[in-house]
Design a protein around this ligand. Sequence first.
Ligand SMILES: Nc1nc2c(ncn2[C@@H]2O[C@H](COP(=O)(O)OP(=O)(O)OP(=O)(O)O)[C@@H](O)[C@H]2O)c(=O)[nH]1
Ligand SMILES: [Mg+2]
Length: 250
Amino acid sequence: MVWGRVRIAVLLPTFNEPALAATLASIRDQVAVEPTFDVTVFVVDDGSRVPVRRDALEELLRADRPGRFALVLARHRVNLGQGAALETARRLSLAHARPATPFDAYVTMDADGQHRAADLAALVGPLASGADVVFGNRFTGGTEIPRVRALVLRAARLLEWALTGLRLGDAHNGFRAFDERGIRAVQMHQRGMAHATEIRQEVARAGLVVAEAPVRVHYDEASLAKGQRSWGALAILRDILYKYLFAGVS
Ligand SMILES: Nc1nc2c(ncn2[C@@H]2O[C@H](COP(=O)(O)OP(=O)(O)OP(=O)(O)O)[C@@H](O)[C@H]2O)c(=O)[nH]1
Ligand SMILES: [Mg+2]
């Protein structure tokens, strides 16, 4: 980390997301109150019905915009899945990093307003003390988790522990931070939601130094209505087992 400046790449996949502009504005406003932050957001529009328009975003974000906030926008012509969108953002951000100005942190974040920009400092902090990857933990972040969702997440934690040997306090939380070694180790092949388990498998395989940070995930009618159904976990399980059984890699 260059003295006094933390260069952060935020990897933000978006698909038909009404909350995108508000999420970007929340990151901009957080940068305004964090003088050390220098943030570039890599927005990957994953084939949204109405393509995300850069000029519209720039216009929306023009006001109160600190110089330390930049946007890069890419688009998938067709919807490929959150995992594919994150992989595109990962490659884009690595291609953007310059030897002279490397990113100190690569943060994966959802665009639907469920993750708080106010948690960025807590999420990237442990990277400065040697962690390669920091997983957001909604169970220690004061989140009010819907009951059924909490049950599914506890089961997912156990499954991921069995698959990876990593015993962590949350699962499938899209809010994570990586240093350069960490982000280079987590290439995603799973295009759908199973990418979240695949990331943990890659982290375990690479022997990365893992930490967790408390984050508050925001649940409201809109995000629950738009987000994943609890039985969606079965599709994720199918994708993981398929790769495990037929691709011969764990
Ligand atoms: N559902 C979905 N989201 C996508 C896709 N591609 C990108 N995304 C983005 O991925 C992020 C997470 O999607 P969500 O549907 O909220 O998934 P989730 O957060 O795991 O599920 P919930 O906790 O129910 O919200 C959002 O920013 C979406 O806009 C896709 O193909 N499907
Ligand atoms: Mg969501």
